[in-house]
Design a binder for this molecule. Structure first.
Ligand code: ASP
Length: 353
């Protein structure tokens, strides 16, 4: 057991934010359709929460969103709620649809600069009202994690996803299954905690902001960004059209293996011309795990020579929102590139030189 870990009797205060998604739905007995429950009556729906002993307040998006509909406005609303309520609560739990949870968790990790309190995302594959639901365990453990502290300091002051039994750094996650209860993985960074009979925290992997820096919420995100996923046989017409979108500022290029792309002269020319126009192109691997190493093969080295930036081991989800965040801060192309080569909130592992 952890020394001085906060026990339920000490009552942590948790803000539970329901954005939408399967977890908060129930089958309408008359129509059999899934509809959202009212989370302001959470205790009626989940009497188990009383036993936790924490002070839980709720906030719900109106209307609740399927996570396919979330975007900049939803992320900004989350940042606004958390920054407004930051001093009043020990931790935040966000219920969110699983489909785009990795994008939202990545976005918040950048938008909540100097975060010093837990922001734990969770959701479920089956509605909380269904007997076999995975939602109850996910929610209860997420609350426990958000409430956990040691010597007065939160154990996990990061934006995370808790799902099934693993606590993962949010900006490292990917949704990997549409069916399994174990729906998320972090292939390039170890879990921050695992929940079995006890919740075991891996302190050495958890980020802590040194000192007591005040939270700096950022709202501005620039979504003039695209993702281009390569495939054998892709036509140059597709590449050319994407790179000529008038407002385009940045593009995540999903390449093969360790960052390889076709060596066709037209392809390299289109990429080079786009970079010369000021479009930032980040190379991210299509593989689930591992890192881009553009010097490794001729097919990657040529991309490097055109000015494509390495995304190292970043996920495409995290790369896309990092570009939105960097351009949203009004950074120049050079500053954006410089920050892509830095780990801002643990989103990449830089190779040791
Ligand atoms: N379509 C739902 C959503 O992402 C699925 C889920 O909640 O798991 O909102």
């Amino acid at each position: 057991m952890q020394p001085n870990t906060k026990f339920p009797s000490e009552k942590a205060s948790i803000l539970l934010i329901y954005t939408g998604g399967t977890i908060g739905m129930r089958e309408n007995p008359e129509t059999s359709a899934l509809e959202s429950i009212d989370f302001s009556h959470l205790h009626d729906n989940l009497p188990e929460l009383q036993k936790l002993g924490h002070k839980i307040s709720t906030y719900q998006f109106n209307p609740p969103l399927d996570s396919s509909d979330i975007g900049l406005a939803g992320w900004q609303e989350l940042v606004r709620i958390i920054s407004t309520e930051y001093e009043r609560f020990d931790g935040f739990v966000i219920l969110h649809g699983t489909d785009t949870m990795s994008f939202t968790a990545s976005a918040l990790s950048f938008m909540l600069e100097n975060l010093g309190k837990p922001v734990i995302f969770t959701g479920s594959q089956l509605p909380i009202s269904v007997l076999r639901t995975d939602g109850k365990e996910n929610l209860i453990t997420a609350i426990e994690i958000a409430a956990a502290s040691e010597n007065g300091l939160p154990l996990v002051p990061e934006v995370c996803i808790f799902f099934e039994n693993a606590l993962l750094r949010g900006n490292r996650t990917r949704k990997i299954s549409a069916n399994n209860f174990s729906a998320f993985r972090s292939f390039n960074y170890p879990p921050l905690a695992s929940a079995g009979v006890h919740i075991r925290y891996e302190q050495q992997y958890i980020n802590r902001i040194p000192g007591h820096l005040p939270l700096r919420p950022h709202y501005s995100m620039d979504n003039n960004i695209a993702i281009l996923k390569l495939f054998p046989g892709i036509t140059m017409n597709v590449v050319e059209h994407i790179l000529n979108i008038p407002e385009l500022k940045g593009m995540v290029l999903e390449t093969f293996g360790s960052g390889n792309a076709p060596r066709a002269a037209t392809f390299l020319r289109l990429i080079k011309e786009a970079i010369e126009k000021g479009i930032v192109i980040v190379n991210v691997t299509q593989c689930l795990g591992g890192s881009v190493e553009m010097q490794r093969y001729e097919t990657g080295r040529e991309l490097l020579e055109t000015g494509v930036v390495s995304g190292y081991d970043i996920t495409a989800e995290s790369a896309v929102v990092k570009l939105m965040y960097l351009f949203g801060q009004g950074m120049s192309v050079a500053e954006v590139k410089e920050n892509l080569n830095r780990s801002l909130v643990g989103e990449i592992s830089l190779p040791s030189i």
